[in-house]
Design a binder for this molecule. Sequence first.
Ligand code: GUN
Length: 291
Amino acid sequence: MATVIDGKAVAQTIRSEIADEVRQLSQKYGKVPGLAVVIVGNRKDSQSYVGMKRKACAELGIKSFDVDLPEQVSQAELIKQVHQLNANPDVHGILVQLPLPKHINEEEVLTEISLEKDVDGFHPLNIGKLAMKGRDPLFLPCTPKACIELLQRSGVSIKGKKAVVVGRSNIVGLPASLLLLKADATVTIIHSHTSQPESIIREADIVIAAAGQPMMIKGSWIKPGAAVIDVGTNAVDDPTKKSGYRLVGDVDFGEASKVAGWITPVPGGVGPMTVTMLLKNTLDGAKRYIE
Ligand code: GUN
């Protein structure tokens, strides 16, 4: 049976380390880290993610700056808000929640975020540096960083290993594959046009699943002893639950946990770590600015 990686416990440990550092900054310099969380419109999932991020800031003593804009806001107005946050010395991190409404060009907005405040790591220059050998971005994207942190803290070595990333989104799959490459893994990316993904996954020592397909990866696809990090957070109908649904990953946990060496559960694996990495990035940005 696999070792189940307890993301919630690891996240708690890191959060208390961050809270200590926030207190020290405050005592030494009279300043606390500040994170601006910008949301456009009323998408339920985005509202819920943003709520978690703001609540986590409050718990750790990080000041959160809330910018809530209506669905119809113009791109020019959104960019004006970003420029104001760039100029605000109390704001050390800026996050624009994605996806944005269709009339707004995501890339044009993300490019306006100051590189020093790009705590999501989505600025094209930060992603570009992530992709290049010998260059280091100022910030790493939070979910991929969470995946690597969970592997490292579980004692899984990455160097020289065969790693497979399932999914190539800008937010998770692509940057996760670049991070694994930086850590000297041999990386294969599986996407919707890949034929016979199972035969590729079966070779992998490390699997990062970020396809958004409930329980797509079966136990028989996993190499015995592999480390499996499941980023999927899929709601599936479950009449036995009061809410009417339950969350499942991209991996069939019941089957895969019998074969893998390590595996993250859903919920309680990558999820709690993602917000923690955002807080860590904000602290790091603040330290660079204040110290
Ligand atoms: N939407 C889904 N995940 C993320 C994330 O990590 N950052 C932002 N800004 N938007 C998201």
